[in-house]
Design a protein around this ligand. Structure first.
Ligand SMILES: [Zn+2]
Length: 316
C-alpha cells in the first residue's frame, strides 16, 4: 500500500531507491551505463531547470542522457561526483552530477541555452514544478552536498571513497564507514487554549512570526527536545507533545520534525539571545494572517511551520 499524498513540501518522493540493489557495484555500474540513464547536472548544488514548453505547463528538471554532458563531466573517473537517486516509474535510473567546476554553464559549454541553474529553495517557493520533482531534487541536493563535504575521514583525516551510489563513504586508510547525515530539528507550535506561541529571529522579514525550532541533541526523545527548546527559548512549561509530520529539509541536511505542544500556562520568558521576540497570538489572528489579511507575516507554504499554523488555525 502506498502512503497517502502528503501536503508537506519535499515529501512524496516517487523514486524506487533500490536500496537492496545499489550496494552491488556491478548493478550500479550497469545503471549508469544504461542508455536509459538520466542525469541532472547540478551547479553549486543548483539543478538545471528547463523552460516551459507551453505557457502555463510548468517547468521541468533538466534530466539529460550522458552524451549531453560532453566534456563537462568525466563518467569514467573513479572519484566522480555523481549520486544515484533511484529508478523512476518507467524503470529509468536517475542520477545527479556535480558540475560546479564549470564557470558559467548557462552560457558556455554543453548546457548552454538549455535552461537555468536554480536554487532549490527559490524553485520550491515559485511552485511551477510538480512537487514530486521537488522531492527528488531535495534528495539530490542533500546527497550531493553531503558527499562533496565529506572527502576526508572524520576519524583519521585520510581521503574517503564513495560507495553505493553515494549512500556510503569508506576511508581508504582506517576503513571507517561514513553515511549521509540527516540532522533532526524539532519545530513546534506551543498552544494554550485559543492561542499559539510564535517567535521571530533577528533578520527575518519585518512582521514575520513563526513556530520555534531547534536541533535535537543526543540522548533525548523528540518530545523531550520540544520541551527543552520551549523551556530554553521561552521559559515555557509543556504538558504534552503531539507529532504532526516531518519534512526533509536539505539546507543543508536536516529533517524537520513538526509537533504541537500544549503549554501549561501563558507564562513566557523570552531568551533574547535566541529570539528577538516571542508572543501569544490568537487563533483569529492566525486565521486572518494565513489568509493574507494580517496582522502577522507568516512562513511560506513550503515550510512545515506553515502546516503547523494551518493545523492550529483549523482547530485540529
Ligand atoms: Zn579513516
Amino acid at each position: 500500500m502506498a502512503l497517502a499524498e502528503n501536503p508537506i513540501m519535499f515529501a512524496n518522493n516517487p523514486l524506487d531507491r533500490a536500496g537492496h540493489q545499489r550496494g552491488n557495484p556491478d548493478w550500479l555500474a550497469a545503471q549508469l551505463a544504461a542508455e536509459t540513464a538520466l542525469i541532472v547536472p547540478m551547479w553549486n548544488l543548483q539543478p538545471l531547470v528547463l523552460p516551459e514548453i507551453q505557457p502555463g505547463d510548468g517547468r521541468d528538471v533538466g534530466y539529460l542522457p550522458k552524451a549531453a554532458f560532453g566534456e563537462a563531466f568525466d563518467f569514467e573517473r573513479a572519484d566522480k561526483a555523481i549520486v544515484f537517486l533511484g529508478l523512476n516509474r518507467w524503470g529509468k535510473p536517475l542520477f545527479a552530477a556535480d558540475i560546479s567546476h564549470m564557470s558559467s554553464p548557462e552560457d558556455i559549454g554543453p548546457f548552454r541555452g538549455m535552461g537555468i541553474f536554480e536554487d532549490l529553495r527559490a524553485l520550491s517557493a515559485i511552485g511551477d514544478m510538480p512537487r514530486t520533482e521537488l522531492a527528488i531534487l531535495a534528495q539530490a541536493k542533500g546527497m550531493l552536498d553531503w558527499n562533496l563535504r565529506h572527502p576526508f575521514c572524520a576519524q583519521c583525516g585520510s581521503p574517503t571513497n564513495m560507495l553505493e551510489g553515494g549512500y556510503k563513504r569508506i576511508c581508504g586508510n582506517c576503513g571507517a564507514e561514513h553515511f549521509p547525515r540527516t540532522d533532526p530539528v524539532v519545530i513546534m507550535l506551543a498552544t494554550h487554549e485559543d492561542q499559539c506561541l510564535l517567535g521571530r529571529q533577528r533578520g527575518w522579514p519585518e512582521g514575520m512570526l513563526s513556530a520555534l525550532a531547534g536541533f535535537m541533541e543526543p540522548g533525548e526523545t523528540m518530545e523531550e527536545a520540544v520541551a527543552r527548546e520551549l523551556q530554553e527559548e521561552a521559559g515555557l512549561e509543556i504538558n504534552s507533545v503531539t507529532y504532526l509530520g516531518s519534512q526533509p529539509w536539505p539546507f543543508p541536511g536536516s529533517l524537520m520534525i513538526g509537533c504541537m505542544a500544549e503549554a501549561s500556562s501563558l507564562n513566557v520568558t523570552v531568551d533574547e539571545v535566541e529570539l528577538e521576540e516571542a508572543r501569544w497570538v490568537s487563533r483569529a489572528d492566525v486565521i486572518s494572517s494565513m489568509q493574507g489579511n494580517g496582522p502577522l507575516g507568516v512562513p511560506p507554504k513550503m515550510a512545515i511551520a506553515h502546516q503547523l499554523m494551518q493545523a492550529f488555525a483549523s482547530g485540529k
